[in-house]
Design a protein around this ligand. Structure first.
Ligand code: AMP
Length: 142
């Protein structure tokens, strides 16, 4: 099995719109991704998702409301090896939270679904973001 990673698709409701947080990597092709990272030995995937989210975006557990019943796994190849990323979905829990990037990322954006899909460009991420949007709407979290 290849490397395992975990993270959060994070959204906020801003001016009655759902906006997703994407980070632009400072490495590689500078692609846009939700916060996520590699699972350390002895760590659960959910613990990784919280740790990596805090490291990469400055958003802590208390800044997030995790939506129950949503969990999706993306699988893609990195340099010929399969990578698995488990994502949960979380809403920003209060106003005024500030994103603080690490040196792994060079920019961030809060964007609605269509723009998030365009920024990502990866089909599996586009599908995931659409599932998130439908889940949020169905849960009447909006
Ligand atoms: P990452 O997993 O985001 O650290 O990216 C590692 C490599 O995988 C980079 O070359 C990305 O361009 C590529 N990548 C990132 N996300 C995806 C995805 N959802 N589907 C396919 N390839 C991806």
């Amino acid at each position: 099995m290849g490397p395992r990673a975990a993270g959060f698709v994070i959204y906020r409701i801003f001016c009655r719109r759902i906006e997703y947080l994407l980070l632009q990597t400072s490495y590689g092709i500078h692609h846009w991704t939700p916060p996520k990272g590699h699972v350390d030995p002895g760590e659960s995937d959910l613990e990784t998702a919280f740790r990596e989210t805090e490291e990469e975006s400055g958003l802590k557990k208390c800044d997030l409301k995790v939506l129950e019943g949503f969990q999706e796994i993306l699988k893609y190849e990195v340099k010929g090896a399969p990578k698995t990323v488990t994502y949960w979905l979380a809403e920003i829990s209060h106003e005024g939270v500030e994103v603080k990037l690490s040196n792994e990322h060079q920019d961030f954006k809060w964007v609605p679904l269509d723009e998030a899909c365009k920024l990502s460009g990866y089909k599996d991420m586009v599908d995931l973001l659409n599932k998130c949007e439908n889940f949020i709407l169905a849960e009447k979290k909006f």
